[in-house]
Design a protein around this ligand. Sequence first.
Ligand code: AMP
Ligand code: MG
Length: 269
Amino acid sequence: MKLGKRFMVKPHTRLRLGEFDPDDTAGFEKGGEAHARLEKNISRMEDLQYRLYAESRHALLIILQGMDASGKDGTVRHVMSGLNPQGCRVTSFKVPSAEEASHDFLWRIHQAVPAHGQIGIFNRSHYEDVLVVRVHQLVPKSVWSARYDQINAFEKLLDENGVTILKFFLHISKEEQKERLEERLQDSARNWKISPADLKEREHWDDYVKAYETVLSRCSTSAVPWYVIPSNKKWFRNLAVSQIIVETLEQMNPKIPKATFDISKLRVR
Ligand code: AMP
Ligand code: MG
C-alpha cells in the first residue's frame, strides 16, 4: 500500500491521536533498504522539481506541524536536501510581528505561498492560529473557533488555483519528546534550540493533543488531507515524508514544455 494512503486522515472523521502509533514503521526496518529508498526518493524529488519548475503551472506547498522537538527542522534538513534552492523556499512562522498581527491571520501566510513552478515549505503555519492561540486563549474562543472553516476555504482556494498542499503532522510520544528535550539540554551544541518556554509548553501537552485532534478532524478535506506521520523514529519519518512527496509530485506529473518554435532552424554561432 502506498504510504500516502496509509497515513492519510480520512476527511471529516473524528480522530483520536491515541489510535496512532508514533513508533509505527509500516513494516520497514532501519538501515539497508529504508536508507536506499530515502536516497532514491531524494533524487526522484530533484528530477520532479526540475520538471515542476520547467512547466511552471503548478506549485507544491508542504506544511510541517508537530509538537516541540517533533522533527520539523530535521525533516527540512534531511528530506529537502536534494532540492534546488532556486525553486524552493522555507518559511518559518514565529510569533506574529506587530505588522502581521494587525492583519487577518492568513495575510502573512498567503504572501509566503509558493508561485507556480516553486516548492514552498512551511515550518509551522496558519495552524498555529488554532493551536498555540487556542491553548493559551490568545484570542476569544469565538474568534479561533471560526478559523477551521476559514482555513478550509483558504486551502480550497489555493488548491483550485494550482497549489497542491501536503500537510504533515509529525507524531511523537510525550516520552520521546522528553528524551529529545533532555538531549538539547545536555548537548552544548544544541542548547540554543531550547528555551524555558519549551519546557513550559510541555506542561500543556494534553491541551495540544486536543487542539491537534480538532485540526486533524476538521481540516482534513478530500482535496487537502492531513497526514499523520509516525515520527518517534527519525529515519522512518524521513522515509515516509519523502515518499509521500514523491507520490504527490508523480501524481501532479509536471511535464517539460515543448519548444514553441522550430528547434531545427536554430544555430548556435
Ligand atoms: P520555533 O518554531 O521553535 O522557532 O518557535 C516559534 C514559536 O512561534 C513557537 O512557540 C510558536 O508557537 C510561535 N508561533 C508561531 N505562530 C504563532 C502565532 N500565529 N501566534 C502565536 N505564536 C505563534
Ligand atoms: Mg522550538
